[in-house]
Design a protein around this ligand. Sequence first.
Ligand SMILES: Cc1ncc(COP(=O)(O)O)c(C=O)c1O
Length: 411
Amino acid sequence: MLIANPHASLKPYPADLRQIMNMAAAEESLRWLSAWDRMSSEPTPIHDLPDQASRLGVAQILVKDESVRSPLGSFKALGAPVALLRLILRRWPAHDIDPTQLIRGAYASLVKDFTVISATDGNHGRALAAAAKSVGCACVIVLHANVSAEREEAIAAYGAKIVRIAGNYDASVEEAARLAAANGWEVVSDTSYDGYEDIPRDVMQGYGAIAAEAIRQLRAPVTHVILQGGVGGMAAGVISYLWERYGEKRPTFIVVEPRQADCLYQSARVGYPAKATGSVDSVMAGLACGETSPLAWKFLNESVDVFMTLSDDDAVAAMVTLAAGGARDIPIVSGESGAAGFAGLAVLCADPALRQEVGLDANSRVLLVSTEGATAPQVYRELVGESADAIIAHQIAHQTAYQTAHRQRDV
Ligand SMILES: Cc1ncc(COP(=O)(O)O)c(C=O)c1O
């Protein structure tokens, strides 16, 4: 299902939004995080997929691969860690803390009795737990019933205390808030609520680094950007940067999400942050969110041209296609939520009316973000039919063959 957002317009980035998120703060976040030993020192690669582009009838498909951002396997390494740094800086203003030393544990004795807590569907909690361990503070993570055991283990590996509840993601958000209030802990959430905006803003601001890097990597601006949404934070962080940079000349923005967790689609329908209408249970675990982040919605409301929903089968088909690669396309390990942008593109391109509605044609250059690799390796293997390690081996073989072919051509 697709909805053209009636509030979207091509106008310069508004001054009131720039007060909240801006390119300078995104660059600063990236600079701070580059001191973290769990972060790749290189920008994540952008893969050009010419075979898929000609199959889908567009000029270029560019996939920014966040699976290699850090050993955490997802873009979430850009969010919670920087929000934790900014939180500690605000809490101890007199200590003149250097954030690049803070993330290396230089202030561990100062923060040892400080506890942060968050609900998560996996990736955010893993990033927060890893950052808390590096900084030297304590971390509690609340997991809802559908978070897999392997995702739980990955979080616990960073020393976080795990609290498991019976309800869904939204119930886990409430439980985290309750535990924080009862124990004097700080919630580090990626979603905002009434009176709670500073931390989710810092999380979203960190995600802007994806756009900052992409602009430096691309030879020419893209025409379309397709982003996947959970609560909307990742899309808001990336879009805010691109909107500020390109103003009225910004690309077309399309946001996709699971049919059963359609809170952003519903928000576009009614014009304010809304709840999902479905079961909020999807194979796209990172996108299975029932409520739009009101702060994220401030950025999406007037910038996202089209919202669309996807079936779980669409996402799995996209994972399989990206993993398979092609004669010229490098195989990519893209997890259930990571492949959703490509799934959206494939659904749009398969229908001439939808293609026309979103302006996709033979001149379109489309940027996608594969937001995670195999963050749940068993699930990945079951869905794709091969392990992530096997796909990485195909990737390396492809790179070697491609480089050899180019050397031969050059000679
Ligand atoms: C892999 C992945 N992609 C995308 C998202 C969506 O991000 P947001 O909830 O900020 O919209 C998430 C959220 O957890 C995720 O884990």
